[in-house]
Design a protein around this ligand. Structure first.
Ligand code: TEU
Ligand code: CA
Length: 543
């Protein structure tokens, strides 16, 4: 029998933007509880909540000041218990986001740690300036600028791979590992079903030597997927996770296939799956602030590498860190609906556990902001400053921000055409996309051929097909505009035909139409613009 987390579809909630219940403009736990019926109806079996712990919000909750409580803006521990019980009643399990590469600088440990004599000193990575007065090394923060911040009280610098309000923990200290185990047990004992582990391939810094010159994350070769990191993951597995019916998905930054294998190979007993980024960077250029144009064959190449290379994949196209997929690889203009459905077809027919990000199921698009003042994302704000320093023009800066900003995915969920999209009765913490009158959940609930209804059918199709869940993945054909791949289990085979363009193209395959985003029931060998067709091929000899 396969584990439950391979059978189910996962849904990621970004709590502050999902549903506000008390009119303060911020989504909360009672809001999530009030929407569980919708999630059940979609066919979701697992929820991952982005962080809901108390946080000063330098990075919207990814800077935690207390790991054993709920931020009052989201509710309290009783609300959490109620959410777990209500979800369970609907056969939905809940994952917490475990953010333990760093804490908030307002966490008690860090406050104590600023005193060089404190037993907490060694919880973090403190270093004096070099003899010539320069920084301890040349590492850069993933949010741009140096990775070191000076602390007056200590007379030393501390390391932060992200914002300066996110000091990195020191995994050379066994006390830190002990604390992490206790935090994990705290939540598992309360009934959570596992963790999405934030940047978990970066927690162990092997050395603090200077890094090779790079335009992003300089120093990364000293902390990405290190041997010490593998040992810690094994220890967490053996001492904690193995004692519960749970699973972990670890975010692995800049990970290669080989590193990904080591982190998620079931025999090594580290993580159950990893979140990598390769397939969402298929149009990224070599230089940091540039892009190449999208090609379906290129994307299929990247997908094939991971589909065939890993034992099991976390399959996702959106998250709180990514632009909306319909605006990225799809067409959020004329072919908005079709391309959103095509991308859903792609995701739901790959091998792995599908992760749907809130709003993806109704085809939400990138934000409609018109200038920097409307942004919240710390990564965008810092990147914009760096681009300015590099002499990049305001127009190109804004283009890049619009294309990549994490705020694209963080605008509030569009539930209806009521004011603020039914997310809140008051002013939302981040502006609602004004296209909510056209793109919203309630409208799609009432339309039989909406993106939402199509996602329900896709999820249903996957749930009931061993071939779609477990079949082998094989690329069949691709060019600039189209990709065709097969999923095969024993004598059963599905062929997935996707046209990523506005051209009508020949694709001469035969089979029974299982689902299509154009509503066809018979396939005539031609794909119309943005058409997606899944065929069941009854006789293997046919292709
Ligand atoms: O993301 C880590 C990460 O790799 C991203 O920050 C990525 O580099 C960035 O989005 C590019 O702009 C995780 C969380 O998902 C993210 O929200 C947090 O900000 C980050 O860790 C720090 O906790
Ligand atoms: Ca609220």
């Amino acid at each position: 029998m396969q584990p439950w987390w391979k059978e189910q579809v996962l849904y990621q909630i970004y709590p502050r933007s999902f549903q506000d219940s008390n009119g303060d403009g911020i989504g909360d736990l009672p809001g999530i509880i009030s929407r569980l019926d919708e999630l059940q109806k979609l066919g979701i079996g697992i929820l991952w909540l982005s962080p809901i712990y108390p946080s000063p919000d330098a990075d919207n909750g990814y800077d935690i000041s207390n790991y054993r409580d709920i931020d009052p803006r989201y509710g309290n521990l009783e609300d959490m218990d109620r959410l777990l019980a209500e979800a369970k009643a609907r056969n939905i399990r809940v994952l917490m986001d475990l953010v333990v590469n760093h804490t908030s600088d307002e966490h008690e440990w860090f406050q104590q740690s600023r005193n060089p004599k404190s037993p907490y000193r060694d919880y973090y990575i403190w270093r004096p300036a070099k003899e010539d007065g320069s920084l301890p090394n040349n590492w850069t923060s993933i949010f741009d600028g140096p990775a070191w911040e000076y602390d007056e009280q200590s007379g030393e610098y501390y390391l932060h791979l992200f914002d300066k309000k996110q000091p990195d923990l020191n995994y050379h200290n066994p006390d830190v590992i002990r604390e992490v185990k206790e935090i994990m047990r705290f939540w598992l004992d309360r009934g959570v079903a596992g963790f999405r582990c934030d940047v978990i391939d970066a927690i162990y810094k092997t050395s603090l030597e200077d890094g090779e010159k790079r335009d992003f994350a300089q120093g990364i070769e000293h902390y990405k997927a290190q041997e010490g990191n593998h040992l810690i993951l094994k220890e967490l597995r053996k001492d904690v996770l193995d004692h519960y019916d749970c699973f972990t998905v670890g975010e692995a930054m800049k990970v290669t296939l080989e590193e990904g294998r080591l982190l998620s190979d079931p025999d090594r007993r580290e993580l159950d799956m990893i979140i990598y980024f390769d397939h969402l960077e298929a149009d990224a250029a070599e230089t940091r602030f540039d892009f190449t144009s999208f090609r379906a064959d290129h994307l299929l190449g990247v997908l094939t590498k991971w589909q065939q290379g890993l034992n099991w994949n976390a399959v996702y196209l959106e998250s709180h860190d990514q632009p909306r997929i319909v605006s990225h690889y799809g067409d959020d203009g004329v072919y908005w609906e079709r391309s959103a459905k095509l991308l859903g077809t792609l995701e739901m027919t790959l091998r792995g556990t599908p992760f749907i990000y809130q709003g993806q199921e109704i085809g939400m698009t990138n934000f409609d902001f018109t200038d920097m003042s409307q942004l919240n994302d710390v990564a965008s704000l810092n990147a914009s400053r760096e681009m300015e320093k590099a002499g990049i023009s305001p127009e190109r800066r804004w283009e890049w921000i619009k294309r990549t900003s994490r705020d694209n995915a963080r605008t509030p969920m569009q539930w209806s055409d009521a004011p603020n999209a039914g997310f809140t009765p008051s002013k939302p913490w981040l502006s609602v996309n004004q296209n909510y009158t056209r793109i919203n959940y309630r409208m799609q609930e009432n339309q039989p051929d909406s993106i939402l209804q199509y996602y329900r059918r896709l999820i249903d199709l996957r749930r009931n097909s061993e071939t779609l869940k477990y079949g082998e993945f094989t690329p069949v054909y691709s060019d600039k505009n189209i990709m065709v791949y097969a999923r095969t289990l024993g004598a059963k085979r599905y062929l997935v035909l996707l046209n990523f363009s506005v051209e009508t193209v020949e694709a001469a395959y035969q089979g029974t139409v299982m689902i299509s985003n154009t509503g066809i029931t018979e396939y005539n060998g031609k794909l119309t613009p943005w058409e997606a067709v899944v065929l069941r091929v009854d006789r293997l000899s046919m292709i």
